[in-house]
Design a protein around this ligand. Sequence first.
Ligand code: ADP
Length: 612
Amino acid sequence: MAKKQFKAESKRLLGLMIDSIYTHKEIFLRELISNASDAIDKLCYQSLTEGNVGLDRSDFFIRVAVDENGRTITVSDNGIGMTSEELDENLGVIARSGSLGFKEAMDKEKAADSEIDVIGQFGVGFYSAFMIAEKVTVTTKKYGTDQAYVWESTGADGYSITAGEKESFGTEIVLTVKPDSEEEKYSDFLQEWRLRELIKKYSDYVRYPIKMGEDTVNSMVPIWQRSKSEASEEDCIKFYKEKFYAMEDPLKVIRVNVEGSVSYRALLFVPASAPYNYYSRDYEAGLQLYASGVLIMDKCKDLLPECFRFVQGVVDSPDLSLNISRELLQHDRQLKIIAANLEKKVKNELKKLMTEDAEHYAEFYKAFGLQLKYGLLNNYGEKRELLEDLLMFYSSKEEKAIALSDYVAAMPEEQKYIYYACGDTVARLSKLPQAEPIREKGWSILYLTDEVDEFVMNMLGSYQEKELKNVISSDLGLGEEGDKEKLEEQEKANEAMLTFIKEKLEGAVSSVKLSATLKSAPACLGTQGEITLEMEKYFASIPGSGEKIKAERVLELNPGHPVFESLIRAYTGDPEKAAKYAKLLYYEALLYAGVTIPDPAEFANLISDLMV
Ligand code: ADP
């Protein structure tokens, strides 16, 4: 009998498939099993709609058998089978999908509430057999017909279809495995344990039993397909620890079950602590993605935003195509819808944890707070709305970390701004001269001790329409505006002295001015322009960017402080002494600000001089 030729396009695809790299080859079994499962789905569907099949769901199974000496692997099912026309149509053309046609027909029937779901819309599945087989023989008998047919092909040279013998309906696919070559050891696939491993890995949750010998290899119903009453929280935690090799219980278990234009189930976990490599490049984020119980990707990054990359878990949807191309998956509309839903879901769950279980949230925040902050800074604050409610900062008044919303809720009416101060410890910040006037009002200040905090505040700018204000700003909204005139007068009167001080500091500061808000401290160090001292410190800590980024320093003096009087007296009577005072005050301001003194020996000498 004359061989039929594959269509030209198919030939090319087939070639690509056959030459694919070894790690891809193992998916052949997943593809054949998934086709078998589809074929059973179709017969089940028929039995549901026509009611004359006389078969029960429990009668269906898939069988995988191996003959090491004969070098064959056989995958058989008792699904719907194919007629000779269907064989020709379905297995003669690659990338043309019978399942898709079936699905469309089904949609038309509006059988939305039936149990059936059909995977594999891309139609490359079956041909993956040629990655490991030199010959593929399909013997099939359509349900309700008497004649069986045999389709046979050795690859790109075409295929033949002949009448054949088969006792019962369904399909049997025999792969004659290629001989081993130098690069590829195809015999691996002839090991029974290897096939069992592949079934476990890719097809564990296929809903029909996959039998090898007497055993059913797959576990069929995944935990995320079970309802809350069928799978307890403890079951989920056990699953988490086994699946993700976790030592501790997760902080939060999130179950999602969505039915709609895109249906899916997800079982997600927020880990209790960051893996040791979490903030390094080695950490691989992503959720396991299944299509109707068939694993299609182990670490699907596109399911969660970068800022939630700590979340682990699985997503399973009957609406996804069993498609080997990651590139295509990235643009998948369904996947995008799922990702958008999951993002919201994770946020809400974290928010709930924050309000209902502060202790665990604090634990979470310790592990992943930094991730949220980086997430906020990424892409010009693209995820701001998602993340701003999840942030927490130490409040001077509450003496613990609080949410921005709690800060705003506790603000007295006359307080205009949300105040914050940046530095390396809470202890130092609580003594920052610039913080004193605000604390004296009885208002709370957020003490920010993470390097990225100040950038986060700059990115936010405001929260719930309240402007965020660094305490080192000049306009703190404390009513100091009223004293502005007086301050200007004082500055004018002391102009010569302020210029003198600036000169004596030899370029260390860009200006010297008076402060209307300082209380008990004689001086403090402020900045002008975009770069603050904390930012300068941060940049200095990054190799490379180092020295270049400098804050423009402003020495602010407290005209109400007795030291100011001494300064004036010295300036008029003993300018040399005034120059020393200027340096001392500058060094003092540096100390308050937590900046290292450039010349400690000089500082020590100045103090000794003063004592003598
Ligand atoms: P896909 O499954 O993505 O449509 P395949 O190339 O894997 O593409 O299969 C092509 C078609 O062949 C399927 O859509 C189905 O109609 C038919 N087919 C494959 N395997 C079987 C089987 N075991 N039983 C019945 N039909 C099958």
